[in-house]
Write a protein that binds this ligand. Sequence first.
Ligand SMILES: Nc1ncnc2c1ncn2[C@@H]1O[C@H](COP(=O)(O)OP(=O)(O)OP(=O)(O)O)[C@@H](O)[C@H]1O
Length: 262
Amino acid sequence: MPNEVIIRVEHLRTQFGRTVIHNHLNLDIYRGEVLSIVGGSGTGKTVLLRQMLRLEKPKQGNITIFGVDINHANSEQVAYFRSRSGMLFQHGALYSALSVFDNVAQPMRELGVLSEQLIKDAVYLKLDMAGIAPEHAQKMPSSLSGGMVKRVALARALALEPDILFLDEPTAGLDPDSSETFVRLIKSLHRELGLTVVMVTHDLDTLFALSSRIAVLADKQVIALGTTAEVIEHQHPFIQEFFLGARGLRALSAVIAQPTPS
Ligand SMILES: Nc1ncnc2c1ncn2[C@@H]1O[C@H](COP(=O)(O)OP(=O)(O)OP(=O)(O)O)[C@@H](O)[C@H]1O
């Protein structure tokens, strides 16, 4: 179905004490797209992602995912929603006391319905999808490089074959080469698995390489939403500085000759 809305955020209000973070924020996310959320520090990008995951509740407004208002869902609907969503957190991506294998197996074991043999096969499949050779399965997170940790976390996020993948600063802390490799991996998984990806990132190279559309948060709302070309038309000072400052122009010029990702 073209342009099927998979996540709808309506009239969202987020407030901590007297501080209003979002006010009447609206956003539709389409099935199969990579929707990136950008904005200045403190504009509530991570909070919005956490609200979409039902880890935080907004003060007002609705978040509808797969047609269900997630804050008024029954336990069965919540369990379904959780099993269809994968999340790659910026920090604390892995359980340090569990091996690579057990980290990826953990969401499958939590389901309580899969045999250990099935889990074993599935874990090795997910590790392979994330580009991790089987000999790393028994390693502990502390012995892995930053890029490997991200890959294992991605394998875990994909453990239950989600429809939606949430990424919070997926390339933060990676050197440029690892970052580029990781972006390529996300891009190919997005294409092969038909995932909807919702991503928060400050990194312009990651943003331009992956995004189907970009949502810009400022003034407590989504002030611009569209392709890179559409978003940079807006005259808002944040957009002018972020996209058309020196770093933005450098990153833009690197992708200008390439086709827009689908
Ligand atoms: N649980 C909370 N209690 C109080 N304030 C909070 C809470 N969570 C977030 N905030 C505040 O809400 C604002 C938005 O936070 P959030 O982490 O979403 O910002 P962000 O846009 O992701 O910023 P950054 O780009 O700096 O990571 C910040 O000012 C933060 O301090």
